[in-house]
Design a protein around this ligand. Structure first.
Ligand code: SAM
Length: 479
């Protein structure tokens, strides 16, 4: 008992809210600022969104070990009650859900991408909203996920691989460059702008530490620049979603008001989502005829179960159409494609990429998205799904392939003895995720390791042992 008390006494204290922030919110919200401040010192929520490319929300709920509460504005989003750590569950490694705070789910829901569309996420890392866009379009749209910071592209790639979408492209570019290269091309563009992060105060100590009025004003300048590039990328009739995870009007309503004043070819659309608060026209000095900033959406942590968020949906009413862009795909060498086909037939009994064009980079083979996009002059980190690499005579499947194969290919692998399918509470799953080999007789060769039929990686069986092929960078610490 005494030891417990001592440990608690030495635990780090949460940082206090910056006094300048508290003062500003009091000026904006009056006495309501107390409720906001109290909510920001409460423990953060844990949320998740089901990967409907792999299973339905109802199917997930039926299997889940956690108590879940639905998020009003997203049918596939849930709050995980209690002290659960969903990110450590094998379902997470199999890409059955994305750990995402509920307020962030408003944005892709409002943008509502449709099958057949070209969709761009301009500030995508680490990938929460990009994976949401892919799921909402049922992987039938081309989702281009851009991240300007090279150091953040790895995390973006890894999260997208786990999601298992086939029609995705990952790029690493400056918005201004893309606006020149792909002007007027996209049906939907999402700009989840870098911001001062006031809405993340209870999740991120860095946001608390770095808060200052100067920083917030600097963010607003940058947001005005990026939204201009984002707008140039939207086709006439297309839509642009702008979002931040901050409360400051300078970064939200004021960015939208300044943007609309300079862009008569855009109009603000009403975002109708249940359980949200409205934008605040009273926090903007200039009045724009015909524009009601209450059409935008806010999430307040003292009024809803979520962190802080703002989002506005804009539609381009006019503008020059994009020039037709033909994609020049240089087909992969036949030798590589033949090695893939042999591997697929032996492992799955079918070709999961049968209807796709393929390209090669050295000995690595990729299945390119069904929709064409000319990526000349753009730094591409990933085009479609990396299927694997030819090593000598042997085709070695990639980790991303294990996460992208659909139910039919997984069932095929199971029928051919190329799947080790384990129950969610089987301790071998934890051992696999730590990088250990597993003892399991079966067909020799590449074997999908799966939790309840959902693959989470590869092993290679020889005799009664499955050698571990889980990527070293993803392995959990050995215990
Ligand atoms: N949309 C992401 C998600 O849902 O996981 C979160 C995006 S985060 C709020 C903002 C991103 O903008 C960061 O990844 C950051 O690197 C990027 N960024 C920073 N400066 C930028 C700029 N000038 N232009 C475009 N993106 C920028």
């Amino acid at each position: 008992m005494a030891r417990h008390k001592t440990a608690r006494a030495s635990a780090p204290q949460p940082l206090a809210l910056p006094p300048g922030f508290v003062e500003r919110m009091r000026a904006l919200l009056g006495s309501e600022a107390d409720a906001l401040a109290a909510s920001l010192t409460a423990p953060p929520l844990t949320g998740l969104r089901v990967n409907t490319l792999k299973l339905s929300a109802a199917d997930f709920q039926a299997r889940t070990p956690w108590q879940l509460e639905g998020v009003p504005w997203c049918a596939d989003g849930f709050i995980v009650e209690g002290a659960a750590a969903p990110g450590r569950h094998p379902y997470h490694a199999a890409g059955l859900f994305y750990v995402q705070e509920p307020a962030a789910l408003t944005v892709a829901e409002a943008l509502a991408p449709q099958p057949g569309e070209l969709v761009l996420d301009l500030a995508a890392a680490p990938g929460g909203k990009a994976t949401h866009l892919a799921a909402l379009a049922d992987d039938q749209a081309l989702v281009v996920a851009n991240e300007i910071e090279r150091s953040r592209v790895g995390a973006l790639l890894s999260n997208l691989e786990r999601w298992g979408a086939w029609n995705m492209v990952v790029i690493n570019e400056e918005p201004r460059h893309l606006a020149e290269r792909w002007a007027g091309l996209f049906d939907r563009v999402l700009l989840d702008a870098p911001c001062s992060g006031e809405g993340m105060f209870r999740k991120s100590e860095a946001a608390l530490r770095h808060w200052s009025e100067d920083n917030l004003r600097g963010c607003a300048v940058r947001q005005r620049q990026i939204i201009a590039s984002a707008a140039a990328l939207v086709r006439p009739g297309g839509r642009l979603a702008y979002s931040t995870c901050t409360f400051a009007p300078e970064e939200n309503e004021q960015v939208i008001a300044t943007f609309l004043a300079a862009h008569p070819d855009f109009e603000l659309r009403h975002v109708a989502l249940p359980g949200v608060s409205r934008g605040r026209p009273d926090w903007v000095r200039e009045v724009l005829p015909g524009v009601d900033l209450a059409e935008a959406v806010r999430i307040w942590p003292h009024l809803a179960r979520g962190e802080g968020h703002f989002m506005a949906l804009l539609q381009r009413t006019d503008g020059p159409p994009a020039r037709l862009q033909r994609a020049a795909v240089r087909p992969a060498d036949r030798r590589l494609v033949a090695a893939w086909r042999d591997f697929a037939a032996a492992t799955f009994g079918l070709d999961p990429a049968a209807d796709r064009a393929m390209i090669a980079e050295g000995e690595a083979l990729y299945a390119v998205p069904a929709m064409a996009l000319n990526t000349e002059g753009v730094r591409v980190a990933r085009l479609g799904v990396w299927l694997g690499t030819l090593s000598g005579e042997r085709f070695e499947p990639s980790h991303s392939l294990a996460l992208a194969v659909g139910r039919d290919a997984a069932d095929g692998a199971d029928a051919l003895g190329h799947m080790l399918n384990l129950a969610a509470d089987d301790p071998r799953l934890d051992r696999y995720l730590q990088g250990h080999p597993l003892a399991a007789p079966g067909a020799p060769g590449w074997t999908l390791i799966a939790v309840e039929g959902f693959a989470l990686g590869w092993g290679r069986r020889s005799g009664d042992t499955v050698k571990n092929a889980y990527p070293k960078g993803l392995r959990r610490p050995l215990r």
